[in-house]
Each structure stands twice: as C-alpha cells, then as structure tokens.
Write a protein that binds this ligand. Sequence first.
Ligand SMILES: [Zn+2]
Length: 476
Amino acid sequence: MSFSLTQVIKNIPRTCDWAGIRYYHETTSFRSARNAQLAKNATSSQRGVMVEVLHLGQFAYYGTSDLTDKGIKAAFEKALKLCESASRHQLFKFDQSVRPNEKGSYTSPVKTSLDSLSAHEIQARLIELTRELKNHDKILEAQAWAMITQTDVEYASTSGASWQQHFEILSRDLIATAKDGNELQRRSLGMQGRQWGAEALNLDELKLEAKRIREEAVELLSAENCPTEATDLLLMPDQLYLQVHESIGHPLELDRILGDERNYAGWSFVSPEDFGKLKWGPEILNVSFDPTLPGEMASYAFDDNGVKAKKEFLIEKGILKRAIGGIESQTRSGIPGVSCARSTSWNRPALDRMANINIEPGKSSMQDMISSTERGILMRTNRSWSIDDYRNKFQFGCEYGQLIENGKITKTVKNPNYRGSTVAFWNNLSHVGDRSTFEIWGSPYCGKAEPNQVIRVGHAIPVCKFKNIEIFGGAQ
Ligand SMILES: [Zn+2]
C-alpha cells in the first residue's frame, strides 16, 4: 500500500462525530481445464477505499478508487453531505459505540503460499486431473477448476481503530459427466473453498479423488433410481453444508427478520420473539457462528464494522439463541447477534452476512449411524436446491445415494432427492457425527442485496442422521 490510512484519517476535516476508512485490494485468478485441455485462465484485480462518516446520528458512506489525497477528501465530503440529507429521514440515531476502536491483524493460516505455484504449474495440474477424470469410455466430459483469491483489507478510524487482514483463499472442483445412451450422470468433488494454500492443489491427492469421481459417475449410469418413501436420511457434509446455509443461515439474518432485506430468496419465517424460545432441533443440535476456526472460508479477526470476531452459539441444545446480525442490527433491535457485518468489496457497505456457520460435532461415529439404521439412505454432494421465500419449505437433490438396509450399505441409487420444512426437518435430527466425520466446506458464492454483494461463507459440518424424511427419485 502506498499511503498510510492512519495518516489519512488524521487529515480529515473535524466536522463530523466519527469517520472511518476501509482499504480493500483483491486479486482473483480463475483457472480451468476441460477434457485434458486448457479452458480458462483469467486474472482480475480491484482496489479502492470505502469512507464512512457518522454525523447527526446518521451513517453515510462513499466508495472511491481514486486514492489520491484529493480523491479521498472528496469522498469524505460527499459522505458528510449524505449524512446531512439522510438524517432528515432518520430511522435510528446511532452513536460511536457501534464502531469499536480495535487494533490488530490477521493472516490466513496457509501451509504453503499460493504464490509458490506458477499459473503454468496450476494449469498443468488441472489438465492432468481432467485426464484422470476422463479415463473411461463412458465419460463424456471432464472439468477441473481452481479459483485463487488474495485479499488485503486495512481499516482506521478517528476513534483509534487500526487493523489489517490478509486472506488467501482457494476454491476448487473436479467434475465428471458420464453418458450411456440417454442416461446422463454427473459426479463432482462438490465445490469446496477454504483459506488454504498450495497444499489444496496437491496432485497426488487430487488424482485419487478424480479416480473416485470418475468411477462413481460411471457407476451411477447403471444404478437404480432412488425410491420414494419416508425413511432415515444420512447427509454427508458436502450436502449438509448447503442445507445449513439455506435453512439455518439465511433465515437467521437479522436484517431479513427486521424487514430491511427481502431481495433474492426473500425474508424469513423467524420473528424477533422466537429468540430464546424456538425449539429449532433436539438437544444434540448446536450451531455456532465461528469466525475463529482456522482455515475455514470466512475466518477473520474483525468484521467490517471493526467488531472483534468471536465464536457464539446461534442454536444451543436445540434452542434458538442468537441472530446473524451485526452491531447495528443488534443495537436497533435488542436481539443478540454476532460479529457479522461484512462487505464484499471497497464499493459496498457492510451488511448482516453469514461468515462461518457450523454444526458442532456430536458423539456418533459413522459406523454407529449406519449400523443403527434399519432402512435409510445416505446422500452425497449437492446437485440442486429450492427453498421458499420464508426459508421454510425446501427440496434438495444430490448427485449420489446409497441405500442402507439392516445396518449395512447395500446399493448405490441415482437421482436422490429429499424434501421437508425447516423446523420440522431439524427436529427430526437423531444423530450428530463425531469429530472424525467433521469436514470444512465453504462457498465463494453467497449472494445478497441490491446492488449485489457476492460473499464467501464457510460451513464446517459433521455427518448427521435424520429420521422419517421424505425422499424421492427424479429425472436427471
Ligand atoms: Zn447464500
């Protein structure tokens, strides 16, 4: 960075109650291969600052990519004018207490920096992986991709906040599509993003995954369709993370509950009176907001309002305790929340967002969960999802299913789907997997708001078993 934020903040005119500045610099490379050939190689970069001002009890902000003294001063002046005009229609009078003056720094805990791999080396590995994925005459198409993001955020305020965060994030996937006559089946790794380094592109490990994915795609071509019945359902972490995202994460966003945010898939069935009372699930269900778990996609030390990141329980022993609401929504509503005010870039304000929303590991081993199942189904890897505007009724499709009969996995089934409604579904939870079943997943693509803010979210999840769930087979 070519200038000092603390110096910039010292120079701003003292005509407001409080001012802050957030610098954001991000570089993203997307690399992919298809059928043993290079498919895409693109890098983009963005850099700018968001200036925020508190005046007359009103916050206003202005983003600029003009990082000269003149450009930043102009941004402050525009934000100040917006405070004055917006304060005439004020919904809530804020003070400085919602912008803490924390100090510190954060760096993603990677083993080997992503900079240690050249673009050529990454591309060569992806090509090699598609070669492995395609190594069968029934495989129609093989794809492998990696998206690498490196982000620097710095923050300073007139009340003395000063912190820096450096993130190294890699998302990846391997996909095989198999075809036999009119039958088409797809298996994938399941899009997986984390804060990790070059170790996420270890060729030997990924080749083993590519082989498994290829074999499972071919296996599905001759599998029976998933049956239609109400039965026990074991969800593996690569599906359950999306279930948590859609049916716990989104309905607990406090701005949706307060009615501020109804874009995309709408608002929430949760009401402010539900906190401390609503039985979301049985006692074995513990859901945390945990930005402190090392290596998860949305781990950080400070949110974008400058609040220190802290682990909290959203659902504890099955009871709804907290919302996914940042310090502003908490102050307005009196509902307990978390350090979750996040923005997607320098040109967007912070909103109530998921970060890492996790299910805490339980006590059941994988073997216990299978052997205690008289009849049931295990499902892996999301293929499709649909949930209503209140985040209540949902339907999910998975890539791969296995029937469980008399305590044993007996056969593979294709096109497995399940449906339910949120609170009833979670109250049917019967087993939570132990730490040996716990996996870290995450997605770079959670969308919200207008103008749009696509943000990264993490979900660390054990295998879970549910009873009496409606399952059904489907078309491709
Ligand atoms: Zn989302």
